[in-house]
Design a protein around this ligand. Structure first.
Ligand code: FEO
Ligand code: CA
Ligand code: CA
Ligand code: CA
Length: 552
């Protein structure tokens, strides 16, 4: 297969962008005066048609249930071969499709995050005693996480398929050496071994992928600085036991990692700080600088924004933390904050110990900030706050940030309010991943943890779901449940193909509450007595075709 021309690929991204971006935003801002935002952006008068997607009932079935007019195909499952040497990883999460060429949006690279793995399905045991794990078992686990790059294209029947053995297909794993994009070494090294905990992410205007290392402490623990004189490695909580065979420093993980989808070349972006990064959502200013939003998904952790000094540069710039009570972005620059100089040795240490620094300067603790999307119609920044059970927030909400500089988003003040709260009236709980389709409708998934589904405050909601909120027409603002996930699973990584007629979606951790291989809680997707397998699906059908046709 001919290798794709890197120049034409980048030219395409430069001209067309990926998905909907700044240009769509500008068109719509110009089309809508402040009091006219409910109007469609077209002047054509068209006869309204019935909205093509209808709400489904909550489900507890071990099925991927879809609303009428939509269907799904499995694109790829855990352990499927992608080349002669590589297989698809476990627990697929964030997805990003980047076409090779603007003239053919149906052929390109799909990036897939592999966040974590379940020991039972990797090796048949849940290894309550981690000391029993051999190096060989840990090597298999290390291969199951990171990311996959697979070439996909539409075949003659109009179905997306993986191009098996394509020369661009490759894996990044917990064994891939990745340099730090920074001037100083991190914990004595200029590179890290591996990436893992890859949860959600983003795409840059130049077509690289940002993959975010979220719950990194499950792999090599975390350094505890509660006694400044005696920092120690804390292995509390969920922990896979890797450091008994591979003693890599926790400080090498918890970063946003930039990946070139054509070459697999990667770097860890130190300037964006180190925490349980859920996502990295990039906005380009009029003069080409970058604003990157990211949330730290843990109870009472913060929301961040990085502003670059210049275009195409994710190293030089400033990082800020949100104080949502006062509506301020607070600088985390060592030179600007006396309290940071009192507590840390330098800017590198501030970035490594970002959580502590954020609290010192007045960052607001939030209820698990997860995915972030920028509404292409209003310019508002939406942040999914999944829940915070110890604080009594079980159902979560979507937070709305309206930057003072709505267009460029470089301002240091904003207004924060609730966009939509989880609840029986809205029909969802625990919002997590979000995506806008090319028409500007909001889609999102829910993340009710497996152990909570169908119990307590989650009884009304059934299995996890996929929802959408129309941005236009008589259904505008309503929450419509589009799909229900198989047992124990969560939908993750929604990402629309350029024409909006396919939604790529991850189905993560089906059957995660299985006690052993003889007592499986899910058999999705293969059914019968098969072991459950995390998989990526393509959702398509007349319903999406109609939605992309326009006004209702
Ligand atoms: Fe990996 Fe915050 O979900
Ligand atoms: Ca997530
Ligand atoms: Ca998203
Ligand atoms: Ca989540």
């Amino acid at each position: 297969m001919k290798k794709q021309n890197r120049r034409s690929f980048l030219q395409f991204l430069g001209r067309a962008g990926v998905g909907i971006g700044a240009s769509a935003f500008l068109v719509n801002i110009q089309a809508c005066s402040p009091n006219e935002k409910s109007k469609t952006p077209t002047t054509d008068v068209k006869k309204p048609r019935p909205f093509p997607l209808k709400d489904i009932q909550h489900s507890l079935e071990d099925k991927l249930v879809l609303t009428n007019g939509l269907e799904y195909d499995i694109l790829i499952k855990w352990n499927d071969p992608i080349s002669e040497t590589d297989q698809f990883g476990f627990n697929n999460d964030y997805l990003a499709f980047v076409p090779f060429d603007k003239n053919n949006p149906n052929d390109g690279m799909l990036w897939v995050n592999h966040e974590y793995f379940q020991e039972l399905f990797i090796s048949g045991s849940d290894y309550e005693d981690k000391s029993k794990k051999t190096k060989e078992i840990i090597d298999i686990e290390m291969y199951s996480v990171g990311g996959s790059l697979v070439r996909i294209r539409k075949n003659n029947a109009g179905k997306w398929e993986v191009v098996l053995n394509d020369e661009h297909n490759r894996r990044l794993t917990a064994k891939t050496e990745i340099p730090f994009h920074w001037n100083d070494p991190i914990q004595g090294s200029t590179s890290a071994i591996g990436t893992f905990a890859n949860c959600s992410g983003g795409v840059t205007p130049w077509g690289t992928i940002l993959t975010c290392e979220e719950n990194y402490d499950m792999f090599y623990g975390e350094t505890d600085h509660s006694d400044p004189k005696k920092p120690f490695r804390n292995l509390d909580g969920d922990y896979y036991g890797w450091s008994q065979h591979y003693d890599y420093p926790p400080e090498h993980y918890g970063w946003v990692v930039e990946v070139n989808p054509l070459t697999g070349e990667a770097k860890k972006l130190v300037a964006l700080g180190r925490c349980a990064h859920e996502c990295a959502t990039v906005h380009e200013t009029k003069d080409g600088r970058l604003v990157v939003y990211s949330g730290d998904d843990s109870n009472d952790e913060c929301l961040y924004k990085f502003i670059s000094n210049e275009p195409k540069n994710l190293k030089d710039g400033k990082l800020y933390v949100a104080n949502t009570t006062e509506g301020k972005w607070i600088s985390l620059d060592y030179n600007e904050q006396e309290i940071l100089r009192q507590n840390f040795a330098n800017q590198t240490e501030v970035l490594i110990r970002l959580r502590e620094a954020a609290k010192l300067v007045g960052g607001t603790p939030l209820n698990r900030p997860e995915d972030i999307e920028i509404d292409p119609i209003t310019g508002h920044v939406l942040v999914a706050l999944t829940n915070n059970k110890p604080k009594g927030d079980y159902l979560g909400e979507i937070l709305k940030i309206v930057e003072t500089d709505l267009e460029d988003k470089t301002s240091l003040t904003f207004l924060a309010s609730t966009f939509l709260a989880g609840g029986e009236d809205t029909g969802f709980a625990c919002p997590d991943n979000m995506a806008f389709d090319p028409k500007g409708n909001l889609w999102f998934t829910s993340d009710i943890s497996g152990s909570s589904i169908n119990s307590g405050p989650y009884l009304p909601f059934g299995n996890n779901g996929l929802f959408m909120i129309p941005s236009w027409g008589d259904q505008k603002g309503k929450v419509i449940q589009i799909a229900s996930a198989p047992i124990d699973a969560e939908f993750t990584g929604p990402f629309f193909a350029p024409d909006g007629e396919t939604l790529f979606l991850s189905v993560q951790h089906p059957g995660e509450r299985s006690k052993d291989l003889e007592n499986l809680s899910s058999h999705w997707p293969e059914g019968g007595s098969a072991q459950p397998k995390p998989s990526v699906v393509c959702i398509s059908g007349q319903g999406l075709k109609d939605l992309m046709q326009g006004e209702f």
